[in-house]
Write a protein that binds this ligand. Structure first.
Ligand code: EZ4
Ligand code: CO
Length: 401
């Protein structure tokens, strides 16, 4: 079997997605996701202009060789554009391989290591009362784990909080919007939110929270300590993680479990975090180099008691979600999977076989990863420029969004 062609499809059924479709001379094709939120066209160009010509004629079963060819062969290693392009190729090739062997993708990984993939949903509100209602709504839908985000008085346009009745979607059309930040107001507020959530729902539901890279290590240490009585499943992205050593400060002060890594794209981003056991969950997704990369990183993390908790926001297309579920169900050190359901339009453009039942997602049982692309429908949703917001402190200083 040989790769005969490949093409990149950019569409925007409510938000932008970049999809790679690889064809073979046997008629089997595979799909990979290359959506880099806010910088989509850079990956589309990287793939179409520089990667696709190198794929033609190769054996699609050689996932390891092709991964190394693109990683080592690029000479300029790492980075989100390169690694997301490699990820799209890798996931599409695993899809082809599983389809050609007529089996669901998980059977080429470890096979089923559990009966379902525990997910956490996103609850948010402008006030504590609204957030309590939203967490309750998720519990009614049988979620076992819920991430809670809440508006903080005095801070406009906060990460994770919807401004309308739709689920929270950070990317906005047009140029980047600006939100306001105060670590002081945030630190003062968040422990009360979780105190009220535990009062309302008791200890059974797993509660999670995303700090979204906005604190310094000592501030994160303070928050982790303050949240200890409320037993979070994890505190996510407490600080920006370029400085891996910064997590030593957080770790030595608190027993609140720590998760990080949704923007990582190689194992080097978390090597010290893992070997020094500074985190509990690694949030890297298939976007960071695909299945070939994530399998190795997960095996390395497992030696240090770090579990996988893959990113699963709506800017990862249903292709990434569908493929991630095969990884999640087959890897031994699985922790939890983020699940933010896509819009109806997106789900129509990407016909898929995965399903949610009582707090768990189940991968498709059809050959491959089980997610397809309706190209005719995708054409009706052309690319629309969109950006993630930026964040400023109250005095105007640029901060981490
Ligand atoms: O803000 O994927 O945990 N989830 C997140 C996401 C990220 C988006 C950015 O594109 O932090 O909502
Ligand atoms: Co996050």
């Amino acid at each position: 079997m040989k790769i005969s062609d490949a093409k990149v499809v950019v569409c925007s059924p409510g938000r932008n997605f970049v999809t790679l479709k690889i064809y073979t001379d046997s008629g089997v094709y595979g799909l990979g996701d290359a959506t880099l939120n806010g910088r989509e066209l850079a990956v589309a160009t990287y793939l179409a202009d520089h990667v696709v010509p190198c794929l033609i004629g190769r054996n699609p079963f050689q996932t390891e060789d092709i991964w190394q060819y693109l990683y080592r062969g690029g000479y300029w290693r790492k980075g989100p554009v390169t690694m997301m392009a490699i990820a799209a190729v890798d996931v599409a090739l695993w899809d082809i391989k599983a389809k050609a062997l007529n089996t669901p993708l998980y059977n080429l990984l470890g096979g089923k290591a559990r009966s379902g993939v525990m997910v956490y949903g996103h609850a948010n509100g402008g006030t504590i009362a609204e957030t309590i209602d939203e967490v309750g709504r998720h519990i009614d839908q049988k979620y076992l784990a819920v991430r809670a985000q809440c508006g903080v008085p005095g801070l406009a346009g906060l990460y994770g909080v919807s401004t309308d009745s739709q689920p929270y979607e950070p990317a906005q059309k047009g140029l980047p919007s600006e939100s306001a930040w105060s670590s002081e107001k945030y630190l003062q507020f968040v422990p009360t939110l979780f105190e009220e959530l535990r009062k309302a729902f008791g200890e059974d539901v797993h509660l999670l929270h995303d700090v979204h890279h906005r604190l310094t290590p000592i501030q994160a240490a303070r928050l982790g300590k303050a949240l200890e009585p409320f037993h979070l499943f994890w505190m996510e992205d407490a600080v920006p993680a370029e400085l891996q050593e910064g997590f030593r400060i957080i770790r030595q002060h608190t027993t609140t479990p720590l998760a990080v890594g949704e923007i990582f794209n190689t194992v080097w981003d978390s090597k010290l975090l893992i070997t020094e056991q500074l985190i509990d969950y690694l949030r890297m997704s298939l976007h960071g180099g695909g299945i070939t990369a994530l399998q190795k990183i997960a095996a390395f993390a497992d030696m240090y008691h770090v579990q996988m908790g893959c990113h699963g926001a709506t800017d990862l297309s249903p292709v990434t979600m569908g493929a991630a579920l095969h990884f999640d169900i087959s890897v031994t050190n699985f922790g939890i999977q983020e699940y933010m359901p896509h819009s109806r339009a997106t789900l129509e453009v990407f016909p898929h076989g995965y399903r949610y039942v009582n707090g768990y997602l189940h991968p498709a049982e059809t050959p491959g990863h089980g997610v397809d692309l309706d190209e005719a429908l995708a054409k009706k949703f052309p690319y629309e420029r969109a950006y993630l917001p930026v964040n400023r402190r109250l005095d105007g200083t640029m901060w981490n969004w």
